[in-house]
Write a protein that binds this ligand. Structure first.
Ligand code: FDA
Length: 397
């Protein structure tokens, strides 16, 4: 058992994911005695599996409008105090090679492990103590300090940072620790739900899509006023791919999503124009020049006899266009936390100072990263939130 003095810290950070590691580096840089507690045997397990093993570590276009929260303004302060350029500078300092894949998404050329290595190197350079395989069991506040129970001993800290993430991917240890701590301190939570997750459908739709398993299409997808232009993938369980993952973070049970399978084409205009010069052309053969043949068959299956263009009335053309460009589907759910890349909701931003991530009602207690009700779009935004929120807490913890 360690001596009493060795169990006293200025800052204890619970969770060595992206946010916790960044916070530890910054608090260490300020000369604070920092302990980073990590339940798993290694740090940054989610970083390691992210971006298909190459970690999409930030996005060139990171900005507040790429985040979902009950308070869309909350993320502004942290994002402006530590920007994507700041993290890119850190990546370059450690000579980690990277590239832009698309839409401003920056990935490692090599492996996500380089990001974890650079964060651990920075932690070591700033004297951060890391206990791996040491989960926090319980925390409480006594006078002006926090008591943290871990593995049979009790640690003390002037500041406590909760960086234990959300509920996504329980298989690698995700859990509700942050929410339990928030509840214990009487802090409000925004109900959590899976985000960036594949969508599931009722039996009839599922059967329809199963025939298309493996087909992808560049679509424009909408839910209420939100729209994304990305790839959609048919799977034997439902719909996936970036377009679906993005819209899933907004979608609410019982409501429809709409899909435009030919977003760049004014189909009504084109079909009407072709009617005269190409009256014998089948509508389906024009569509099959632009979309996978099986997909066209499924989308147009309600048209028993698809006429040649010359025989299409304006009304028929409008109906065909609707079947391709305004496909309305009502998902029945998502594939849940087992498949969701993030958790939407979490510790309410109402209880936190946006400049510091410190709790308004509990001085010295901070929540950062995915544990908080700030969720990024797909594309490196969630890590940017982890870096930014971790950075600011590290300046004040
Ligand atoms: P994170 O979950 O990373 O870390 C929390 C840590 O706390 C974990 O190490 C956990 O073991 C630890 N912990 C939990 N309870 C504890 C306890 N009681 N005591 C001690 N430790 C405890 N984002 C992005 O921007 N680009 C990308 O490429 C991807 N790709 C991606 C792929 C997949 C498959 C997933 C699941 C997610 C992504 N993400 C992503 C999302 C991104 O990984 C996520 O938003 C961040 O990792 C969140 O960082 P945090 O540090 O907040 O939590």
């Amino acid at each position: 058992m360690a001596s009493e003095e060795s169990r006293k810290f200025d800052v204890v950070i619970i969770g060595a994911g992206a946010a916790g590691l960044m916070c530890a580096i910054e608090a260490g840089r300020r000369g604070r005695k920092v302990l980073l507690l990590e339940k798993a045997e290694k740090c940054g397990k989610k970083i390691l599996i992210s971006g298909g093993g190459r970690c999409n570590f930030t996005n060139l276009f990171a900005a507040p409008d790429k985040f979902i929260s009950d308070n869309p303004h909350f993320c502004k302060s942290a994002l402006s105090q530590y920007t994507q350029s700041d993290f890119i500078a850190l990546v370059e300092k450690h000579r980690v090679a990277y590239h832009e894949k698309k839409l401003g998404q920056l990935f490692c050329d090599g492996s996500a492990s380089e990001i974890v290595a650079l964060l651990e190197t920075e932690c070591a350079a700033h004297g951060v103590i890391i206990w791996r395989g040491s989960g926090a069991d319980k925390v409480e506040k006594e006078d002006d300090h926090f008591l943290i129970a871990t593995g049979g001993q009790v640690l003390s800290a002037k500041s406590l940072v909760v960086a234990t993430g959300g509920l996504s991917i329980p298989k690698i240890g995700a859990n509700d620790f942050a929410y339990r701590v928030a509840k214990a301190f009487g802090l409000a939570l925004v109900p959590a739900r899976p985000g960036l997750a594949p969508l599931t459908f009722e039996a009839a739709d599922k059967k329809r899509f199963a025939r298309l398993t493996g087909i992808s299409a560049d679509v424009s997808i909408g839910y209420e006023k939100t729209r994304f232009r990305e790839n959609l993938l048919f799977t034997h369980r439902g719909l996936s791919g970036p377009a679906i993952l993005q819209i899933s973070s907004f979608w609410e049970l019982g409501k429809p999503i709409t899909i435009d399978f030919l977003p760049d084409i004014d189909l009504e205009h084109i079909l009407k124009e072709k009617r005269q010069p190409q009256p014998r052309t089948k509508v389906s053969s024009y569509l099959k020049d632009h979309l996978a043949s099986r997909l066209v068959d499924v989308l147009l299956e309600e048209f028993v006899d698809l006429p040649e263009l010359g025989n299409c009335s304006d009304k028929t053309i409008r109906e065909i266009v609707k079947s391709i460009k305004l496909v309305k589907l009502v998902p029945v759910g998502t594939e849940g936390y087992a498949k969701a890349e993030v958790t939407v909701g979490g510790v309410s931003t109402e209880v936190l100072h946006s400049k510091t991530m410190e709790c308004r009602s509990v001085p010295g207690l901070f929540f950062i990263g995915e544990a908080v009700d700030v969720t990024g779009f797909l594309g490196g935004y969630n890590f940017q939130w982890a870096w930014s929120s971790g950075y600011v807490a590290g300046q004040y913890a």
